[in-house]
Design a protein around this ligand. Structure first.
Ligand SMILES: [Cu+2]
Length: 179
C-alpha cells in the first residue's frame, strides 16, 4: 500500500518536471507568408506579412526585423516591421522585378530568437533567387526566456525528495507492520 504511494509521488514529480519544462522549449514557427514562399506575383506588393504559430514578442529595437532584398540583394523595404500578436508586417516602398528575398528574425513568445528566409518572384524574372548574405543580426541579450537548466535541476530535486519521502513512508509502514 505504502509503496504505491511512493510510486504515485514519483509519477507526480515526473509529470511536474515534464509539464513545466515543456512550454519553455517551444519556439514560434512560421506558419504562412504573403506572398507565399516560391510565389510569382505580377507586381511588387506593398507589404509582406509573416504569420507565426504563437505571439511574437515586441521586444523593441531591432530584435524583430524583416529584410526584403531585390535580385541584387539591395533592400526594398521601408521602416521597421510591425507586430500584431502573431503577425509581422514589413512595408515595401521600392520597385523590384525578378526574385525577392525575405530574411526574417523575430523573438519567440518564450524570448528566444528564431529566423529564416523565403523568396518570391515579381514578374517573370529568373526563377532562381540569388543567395544574399544573411542580414547582420544585432546581438540581442538572451533575457526572459533563459535556459531550461534551472527547471531540470528543480525537477531532479523534486524527484529525489519524492523518492526519499516514499522510502521513509515505506520503511515506517514496515516497522509498524512488524510490531
Ligand atoms: Cu525557446
Amino acid at each position: 500500500m505504502r509503496s504505491s504511494v511512493a510510486v504515485a509521488a514519483l509519477a507526480l514529480a515526473a509529470l511536474a518536471v515534464l509539464g513545466v519544462a515543456g512550454p519553455a522549449s517551444a519556439h514560434d514557427q512560421l506558419l504562412s507568408t504573403s506572398p507565399k514562399d516560391g510565389a510569382v506575383v505580377a507586381t511588387v506588393p506593398d507589404e509582406v506579412t509573416l504569420t507565426f504559430s504563437d505571439l511574437v514578442m515586441d521586444a523593441g529595437g531591432e530584435a524583430n526585423q524583416v529584410r526584403i532584398l531585390d535580385s541584387s540583394c539591395r533592400p526594398i523595404d521601408a521602416g521597421d516591421a510591425t507586430i500584431a500578436d502573431n503577425v509581422v508586417t514589413q512595408r515595401i516602398t521600392q520597385p523590384a522585378t525578378g526574385p525577392v528575398t525575405v530574411q526574417w528574425r523575430v523573438v519567440s513568445r518564450d524570448g528566444h530568437p528564431v529566423s529564416g528566409e523565403f523568396s518570391f518572384t515579381v514578374g517573370d524574372g529568373p526563377a532562381a533567387s540569388p543567395s544574399c548574405a544573411a542580414a547582420a543580426a544585432p546581438a540581442t541579450p538572451d533575457s526572459g526566456g533563459g535556459s531550461v537548466l534551472p527547471w531540470v535541476i528543480g525537477g531532479v530535486v523534486l524527484v529525489v525528495v519524492a523518492a526519499g519521502g516514499g522510502y521513509l513512508l515505506a520503511t515506517r509502514s514496515r516497522r509498524t507492520d512488524d510490531q
